[in-house]
Design a protein around this ligand. Structure first.
Ligand SMILES: [Zn+2]
Length: 204
């Protein structure tokens, strides 16, 4: 009898440990869906000057599940983030999920490396590789209004993301200013702000 208990215990423990080792991507919860489905196209941009906002901006973001990426909520989020970053009140070149109150891995980046300089939306974005010299450049952030800084960034990157149409992982090599924007925005997904990397900061 004792050995039967031991066997059952070992089996339960093994299942528990196995499930802990799996990286589960939880789909959008009720609160996240409510934030996305708000009636206004212009989303509120969080700033570090608010305590609750600051905590969210400093939190790590989670991936979207395939179910999320196929949902109307995701399409709506992408459209609203684009609307928000392009709005004259923000006039940004990039925005990340946490900046609109969502700890999910999504960035919108203006592609200065493409004709017409369009914005792109990149879910489950990650920096796979960074190389080249670290060139200092001026940066600002919609979440830190009124401030700017000088930040050394890599000149070449490989960014990966999930294509929401094919669900395949896409890898792109990017350089120049667009690579700087990707680094700034993807940092947001890991709770990192440009002020953490700046060698000087000033009030505008
Ligand atoms: Zn920023």
């Amino acid at each position: 009898m004792k050995s039967l208990f031991k066997t059952i215990f070992a089996a339960v423990l093994a299942i528990f440990l196995f499930s802990c080792g799996q990286s589960q991507t939880a789909s959008l919860n009720k609160a996240e869906k409510a934030l996305i489905s708000g009636s206004d196209s212009l989303m509120r941009v969080l700033t570090i000057f608010d305590k609750a906002d600051s905590l969210l901006l400093r939190s790590k973001s989670n991936d979207f599940s395939e179910k999320d990426l196929r949902s109307e909520a995701f399409k709506s989020l992408a459209a609203k983030m684009l609307y928000t970053v392009k709005d004259p009140s923000q006039d940004g070149v990039g925005i990340a999920g946490p900046q609109v109150g969502l700890n999910r891995r999504i960035v919108c980046v203006q592609r200065f490396d493409k004709p017409g300089e369009p914005f792109g939306v990149y879910p489950n974005a990650r920096l796979d590789s960074l190389w080249g010299e670290k060139a200092p450049g001026r940066e600002g952030c919609l979440s830190i209004p009124g401030w700017a800084g000088r930040v050394p960034r890599f000149t070449n990157i490989i960014v990966s993301y999930t294509d929401p149409n094919t669900m395949k992982t896409v890898r792109e090599t990017v350089d120049g200013f667009t690579a700087v924007i990707f680094q700034h925005e993807i940092d947001h997904l890991d709770g990192i702000l440009y002020t953490d990397r700046a060698d000087s900061l000033w009030v505008m």
